[in-house]
Design a protein around this ligand. Structure first.
Ligand code: GLN
Length: 311
C-alpha cells in the first residue's frame, strides 16, 4: 500500500519554494481599487470531501474573486443554456486575451465561451432577462455564492465594482458590439455594472476552496448533500474550466498543471481534482495573460509533488 499524501506538508513545502516568485509579475492596475492590494501576498487552501482543510499563508485574507465568479454565474445559467443560450455563447477556447474585441467582431458578436469577458457579460444579460432584473440576477449569484461556500456573509465589494465601472470602456465596448449584432437584450450599462458587482465578490482561499467542492463531486456538495448541478452539467463546467479557464494560457495551464481551473485578475485561482478536492490559491501579481503568476506556479508544484492530475 502506498502511504497517504500529507497535504499539509505539501502546501508548506510549496509555501517555502514559492517565496522567490512572490515579487514577480504585476497587479491588475486597470482596476485602480485592485492595484492598491499589497502585491506580495500568498495563500493556498485545499478542501477535502469531509471539509477538512489544509492551508498556508494568508488564507483568511479576503480578495476580489473577479473572473472566478464567471463559474458561479455560468452554473446558474447552464439550465437556460440548454435552451436559448446555446445560440448566444460558444464553448470553444478563444486563444485570445480575456477582453479582446477583434474575435468578437469577426465572429458576429457571439463570444467564444462564457469565461472570457464578452461571454460572461452575455451570461449576465441572460440571467437578468431570466430572473426579471439586475437586482434579482445579482441576488441569485450572491445567494449561490453563499450556499456553495456555506457562508451567509459572502458579499461583493462596492468600492471595487465602482472603480471598475469608472474604467469600463473596454467591457462597455464588448457589450455594445454584441448589441450591434443583436446579441443583447437589456440595457448595456446596467448589465455591465451588474457583471462588475458579480466580479467584485470577495472571498478568502478557505471560502473559495470550500465553494468549489460541488464541481469536484459531480455537482453535489459532499458536505451539505445539496445538488447544485447534475452530473452532466458539472462535467461540462469542468471541461470549460480546463479548456477556457485561463484564456489564451489555458493550453499552457493544462500542460503544466493538468487540472480544470479558473483564474481571476484579483490573483485567485481555483482548481478541481475530480472526486477528491478543490484547491484555491491567491497571489495578486499576475503574468502577462492576467493569471496569478505565483498561483499558477504553486498549482504546478502541487500536481508534481502529489502526482494528482486528471491526466
Ligand atoms: N472584472 C474583470 C474584467 O471584466 C474580470 C477579468 C478577469 O478576472 N480576468 O475585466
Amino acid at each position: 500500500m502506498t502511504t497517504p499524501l500529507d497535504y499539509q506538508e505539501i502546501v508548506e513545502e510549496i509555501f517555502q519554494e514559492i517565496q522567490p516568485s512572490l515579487t514577480k509579475g504585476n497587479v491588475a492596475n486597470y482596476i485602480p481599487a485592485l492595484a492598491k492590494v499589497d502585491p506580495n501576498q500568498f495563500a493556498m487552501t485545499i478542501t477535502l470531501k469531509d471539509g477538512k482543510q489544509f492551508s498556508v499563508g494568508k488564507s483568511q485574507e479576503e480578495f476580489s474573486i473577479q473572473s472566478i465568479s464567471k463559474v458561479l454565474a455560468f452554473s446558474l445559467a447552464i439550465d437556460i443554456y440548454s435552451k436559448s443560450l446555446y445560440k448566444r455563447v460558444g464553448v470553444e477556447p478563444s486563444g485570445n486575451a480575456f477582453n479582446s474585441l477583434v474575435q468578437l467582431e469577426y465572429e458576429g458578436g457571439i463570444p467564444r465561451n462564457p469565461f472570457i469577458n464578452a461571454g460572461a457579460i452575455v451570461v449576465m444579460d441572460a440571467l437578468i432577462s431570466h430572473y426579471g432584473g439586475d437586482y434579482s440576477a445579482l441576488e441569485k449569484v450572491l445567494t449561490f455564492a453563499r450556499e456553495i461556500s456555506d457562508n451567509p456573509k459572502i458579499k461583493f465589494d462596492a468600492v471595487v465594482a465602482k472603480s471598475e465601472m469608472e474604467h469600463a470602456s473596454r467591457n462597455l465596448s464588448l457589450a455594445h458590439l454584441m448589441k450591434s449584432f443583436g446579441n443583447f437584450d437589456n440595457d448595456v450599462r446596467n448589465v455591465v455594472q451588474t457583471y462588475f458587482k458579480q466580479c467584485a465578490i470577495v472571498m478568502n482561499t478557505e471560502n473559495l476552496s470550500r465553494s468549489m467542492l460541488y464541481l469536484a463531486f459531480k455537482g453535489k456538495d459532499p458536505i451539505s448533500g445539496k445538488e447544485f448541478l447534475n452530473e452532466l452539467q458539472a462535467k461540462r463546467i469542468n471541461a470549460l474550466m480546463l479548456t477556457c479557464g485561463h484564456y489564451d494560457a489555458s493550453g499552457e495551464f493544462a500542460y503544466n498543471v493538468g487540472l480544470p481551473a479558473k483564474s481571476g485578475v484579483g490573483g485567485g485561482i481555483v482548481a478541481i481534482v475530480p472526486n477528491l478536492m478543490s484547491i484555491a490559491v491567491w497571489s495578486p501579481r499576475l503574468n502577462s495573460h492576467g493569471n496569478s503568476l505565483a498561483g499558477t506556479l504553486a498549482l504546478q508544484m502541487f500536481t508534481r509533488k502529489s502526482g494528482l492530475s486528471i491526466f
